[in-house]
Design a protein around this ligand. Structure first.
Ligand code: HEC
Ligand code: HEC
Ligand code: HEC
Ligand code: HEC
Ligand code: HEC
Ligand code: HEC
Ligand code: HEC
Length: 399
């Protein structure tokens, strides 16, 4: 429902600017994404439906994918120990019960994850953020034990650092850091949070661009904003690598990374070489793509060759296959060696054979009663020949 309201342009500016402040909290030359709407409506309207835009949000019944209905609102650790998702006086809570007695509860404040695959929920204690015990696994349609919590105890005490927001949001102001039990613990300004990944998170601060274009309405060329085409390939990739090259220690917050800046000024680069088989499919799209023949042998392939990040293009293999065929045309000598066997429908799906989904070792989710957690499945970005997936593809097709 929220999605539909957001997609209608009438209400779009409120949706994009959930913060509803005219001045962007980031200051430093940021205009705020609501200002882009007047001139870039074709981009802003479709953007509201993307995973990036919805990657963090204030918790509500619309943004939380899991159910609060009796019977489907429980995660049981043991027969006598459970967490129940409850709505009390319009507050949404996770409530822990031992032997039927309420022990502890905390509110759903923040949702992390657009709901493609999984969501984790956070709550505030004063100016610090903690993870709730129970997460949601979309495919299994089940409440699950939150990652990094033990399987047999209810815990509410995992302190959440700024990193989640640096990759899943646009801004949160860190006011101080303290050391607790040898670990860093962040304090935040609660009113500074900018949910979701917004236009300026990728394009950089645009206040000067906005002011110039507003003063020169007849100017058809852009000023004071980086043009993607004029960036080096490395800089083009870095616009995505800042969040899609795995977890790194940061030298300074990545919130203010902008196109053309040196990524190494923000994150400590990988120092050890990891073998291809050990690169996890979750989060490491850059490393996997860079290992592929397509990347090595072409001088142009980058993330935007296949992804238009302004539109939700999920689950459309035919569309992505067209992008493969911008380089691998069916009438060329080096076209797919399976073409004859697959037949003309090959143009609809290069993906399941050459970029199959693989199990993540990093992200696994434990459903109720499971002794072994279920791995999350992520599309690999190592483009190659996968004999097993080819066999499976042909078998499924012939069934
Ligand atoms: C007053 C009108 C106006 C506003 C407001 C505006 N832009 Fe633009 N923008 C333009 C024009 C005109 C161009 C050049 C034509 C085009 O590419 O659409 C442009 C181009 C761009 C480009 C492409 C640059 C290039 O050379 O490839 C980006 C990126 C961009 N704008 C981002 C933004 C963002 C982000 C915002 C909001 C913070 C924004 N713009 C607000 C008018 C505007
Ligand atoms: C995830 C990163 C990302 C986000 C978020 C993003 N963009 Fe872009 N944008 C890109 C990239 C990469 C390009 C260049 C390649 C392309 O056109 O897809 C681009 C290109 C553009 C262009 C120039 C396109 C052209 O054909 O001239 C405009 C204008 C633009 N973006 C505006 C916006 C606006 C407005 C928003 C917010 C609603 C936004 N972008 C959000 C990454 C992003
Ligand atoms: C600020 C961090 C950040 C940046 C910059 C960023 N991404 Fe993402 N991206 C994410 C996160 C986080 C998700 C998972 C969103 C979710 O589902 O909650 C994601 C998801 C995606 C998805 C899956 C979308 C879907 O609907 O299945 C694609 C594709 C993607 N990103 C491509 C890109 C590309 C291409 C760029 C560069 C132009 C880029 N991203 C830049 C953080 C980022
Ligand atoms: C270095 C960037 C980065 C950091 C830090 C990060 N994430 Fe993510 N996260 C991603 C990307 C990219 C995706 C989606 C693409 C993938 O799975 O490869 C994702 C996916 C997710 C998803 C699944 C969303 C969906 O529906 O697919 C959840 C939930 C999530 N992250 C929670 C968190 C939490 C909580 C934290 C902080 C403890 C965190 N992430 C820290 C980059 C990051
Ligand atoms: C920018 C151009 C470009 C795009 C887009 C592209 N490739 Fe490639 N790909 C290449 C080049 C160049 C090679 C090296 C071999 C050659 O010259 O044919 C290659 C090699 C391959 C190989 C052989 C890999 C190996 O390890 O032997 C496969 C399979 C492949 N591509 C599949 C795909 C698929 C599937 C897509 C879409 C998801 C795709 N490619 C998109 C340029 C591209
Ligand atoms: C050759 C084409 C191609 C290139 C280049 C490419 N991708 Fe993808 N990507 C895909 C396809 C195909 C999917 C699966 C889309 C779907 O099924 O919805 C995908 C999915 C994703 C997802 C979601 C994965 C999941 O299963 O949750 C993320 C995140 C992503 N891409 C990020 C990136 C980033 C970052 C780059 C650049 C480093 C990149 N991609 C480059 C083709 C490509
Ligand atoms: C049924 C699975 C399947 C589908 C669908 C498929 N491929 Fe392939 N492809 C393979 C296999 C297996 C090979 C290796 C065959 C061999 O070496 O005998 C291959 C080889 C290739 C090669 C390397 C050719 C060479 O000269 O070495 C390219 C490029 C390629 N495929 C691209 C594509 C593209 C583009 C599509 C979509 C239009 C596609 N494939 C669809 C399974 C598939």
């Amino acid at each position: 429902m929220l999605l539909i309201i957001c997609m209608s342009t009438l209400f779009f500016s409120q949706c994009l600017n959930r913060q509803s402040e005219v001045n962007d909290v980031r200051s430093n030359g940021y205009a705020g994404s609501e200002t882009c709407v007047s001139c870039h409506r074709n981009f802003t309207a479709s953007y509201a439906a993307t995973a990036h835009h919805n990657s963090t949000s204030p918790a509500s019944k619309q943004t939380i994918k899991g159910s609060f209905e009796t019977d489907s609102n429980v995660y049981a650790y043991k027969p006598n120990l459970k967490v129940q998702m409850e709505e009390r006086d319009s507050r949404l809570l996770q409530v822990a019960y031992l032997d039927g007695r309420e022990k502890q509860s905390a509110p759903f404040d923040i949702v992390v994850g657009s709901g493609r695959k999984a969501q984790t929920f956070l709550y505030w204690i004063d100016d610090q953020i903690y993870q709730l015990p129970v997460s949601y696994f979309v495919k299994a349609r089940a409440w699950v034990n939150s990652p990094n919590y033990p399987a047999d105890k209810v815990r509410f005490d995992r302190n959440v650092p700024i990193g989640c927001f640096e990759c899943h949001g646009s801004y949160i102001k860190r006011t101080s850091v303290e050391v607790v039990n040898n670990r860093l613990s962040d304090h935040f300004d609660k009113n500074s949070i900018l949910y979701g990944i917004d236009c300026e998170r990728c394009h950089g601060p645009a206040a000067k661009h906005v002011a110039y274009q507003q003063q020169h309405p007849d100017e058809k060329k852009a000023k004071y904003i980086a043009s993607f085409a004029s960036l080096s390939r490395e800089d083009q990739l870095n616009m995505c690598s800042v969040c899609h090259s795995g977890l790194h220690d940061t030298k300074q917050t990545t919130f203010f990374f902008r196109p053309g800046a040196k990524l190494s000024a923000f994150i400590h680069p990988d120092t050890t070489t990891v073998s291809l088989a050990d690169i996890d499919v979750h989060g490491n799209q850059l490393q996997l793509l860079k290992s592929s023949e397509c990347f090595i042998k072409s001088n142009t392939l980058n993330c935007s060759t296949c992804h238009n990040t302004h539109v939700n293009e999920r689950d459309d293999p035919a569309l992505f296959s067209k992008r493969c065929m911008s380089c691998h045309q069916p009438d060329q000598d080096h076209f797919c060696k399976m073409a004859e066997k697959v037949g003309p429908s090959i143009v609809n799906n290069c993906i399941d054979c050459h970029m199959p989904t693989k199990e993540s070792k990093l992200i696994t989710l434990r459903s109720q009663g499971q002794t072994k957690p279920t791995p999350n499945l992520v599309r690999t970005h190592y483009i190659a020949v996968y004999p097993d997936e080819t066999k499976r593809f042909l078998k499924d097709r012939d069934r």
